[in-house]
Design a protein around this ligand. Structure first.
Ligand SMILES: [Zn+2]
Ligand SMILES: [Zn+2]
Length: 375
């Protein structure tokens, strides 16, 4: 199994550092998508940009033209304030690297291997857009990766999640001269947070509710007529989550009632389904990691959510979680951002690349395996 050449390795590390140094938010990943495309084109691949009507989505393919394919999914969006605190620069290079590994064996492939660049994992759900646009219609297996700390893992599952935007509307008034004429929308947001904190005691252990205030008024001497917060709600089971969404709406209504304001709850993030890992596919990734000296754990629950989950509910999917640090550090943090550009991080991302590339080749060259995966 030919590994990545040292020239490819250094190109990929350069790409990782470049994306890390230019954090871009969901759907705006022009620098990252452009840099990935340039690297692939330098290796002689044709890159389709803007697939599925998303400007920063892209696709390249090796093996038979048209027809079924194994997909490797690269993410590259960052977070507000913490930048690449989720290490998506490493998801990018591990999947681009895997694609280069598969490309080196293109003539053997019975079905295609595609690299799909999927924007907006952190906010919006680019993979959900691409699913709707049919980009995954001919995909028979999906492979991807995510950095973390601690152990190597394969076949991890996660929580389903939705995002809600809550907007309260009150009445503006002079906070000193005529407070009695106002209706304070910020007070409603504060009561919503207090209500959620009380409700949390009655939630299941793996359920999550968390939010930030995105509009708390503009001037201290004006009673805020508008205030807004965005919330994430998460649970393992869809039914639990649906019940939580209903209860959350009631708490928001309660906050409005308490403050004499009106409330509107709207969708901020579509439903991110929990990842459904495909065991035969996970076996292949695990075996390939084993060959490279790693011993991944299987099936851990990660209390996070990803639009890879929506893909996994439709198409056989599995993924590798690789460590960027041995010590446990929180995701979406400054520490994670710093760890996502270290030598260890890049080295492990490249090990993930080789394992995913080898796994993609095995799936694309073994009909019986494809049938087991499809079951
Ligand atoms: Zn993240
Ligand atoms: Zn992430």
């Amino acid at each position: 199994m030919p590994a990545l050449t040292s020239a490819e390795t250094s190109e990929l590390v350069t790409l990782s550092r470049d994306i890390h140094a230019h954090p871009e938010l969901a759907y705006q990943e022009r620098h990252a998508a452009g840099s990935i495309a340039v690297l692939l084109e330098r290796h002689g691949h044709t890159v389709e940009r803007g697939i599925g009507e998303l400007e920063t989505a892209l696709r390249a393919r090796v093996g038979p033209k048209g027809g079924p394919a194994v997909a490797l999914l690269a993410e590259y969006d960052a977070l507000p304030d913490v930048g690449h605190g989720c290490g998506h620069n490493l998801i990018a290079i591990s999947n681009v690297g895997a694609f280069l590994v598969a490309a080196a064996q293109a003539s053997r492939l019975e079905v295609g291997v595609e690299l799909i660049g999927t924007p907006a994992e952190e906010s919006g759900g680019g993979k959900i857009d691409l699913l709707r646009k049919g980009v995954f219609d001919k995909i028979v297996a999906v492979l991807s990766s995510h950095p973390a700390s601690g152990e190597w893992a394969v076949s991890g599952t996660g929580l389903g999640a939705v995002g809600k935007r809550v907007t309260f509307t009150g009445v503006a008034s002079h906070a000193g001269a005529a407070p009695e004429k106002g209706r304070n929308a910020l007070n409603a947001v504060i009561r919503l947070f207090v209500g959620v904190d009380g409700w949390r005691q009655q939630l299941e252990g793996d359920a999550r509710v968390h939010g930030v205030i995105t509009d708390g008024g503009k001037a201290m001497n004006v009673v805020p007529a508008r205030a807004e917060a965005i919330f994430g709600l998460r649970a393992k089971e869809r039914a639990t989550l649906d019940g939580m969404v209903e209860r959350f709406g009631e708490i928001a209504q309660g906050a409005a009632l308490l403050t004499g304001t009106s409330v509107e709850v709207s969708e901020y993030l579509p439903y991110y389904a929990p990842v459904k890992a495909n065991m035969p596919l996970g076996d292949v990734i695990s075996e390939e990691l084993g060959r490279l000296g790693m011993s991944p754990v299987r099936g851990v629950l990660v209390a996070a959510s990803t639009d890879l989950g929506n893909v996994s509910q439709r198409i056989p999917t599995d993924w590798v979680r690789f460590p960027v640090s041995e010590a446990l550090i929180a995701g979406h943090s400054d520490a994670m951002r710093e760890a996502s550009v270290t030598e260890l991080a890049n080295r492990n991302a490249l090990i993930a690349a080789e394992a995913l590339g080898a796994a993609a080749v095995r799936v694309a060259t073994d009909k019986a395996l494809r049938e087991r995966i499809a079951k």
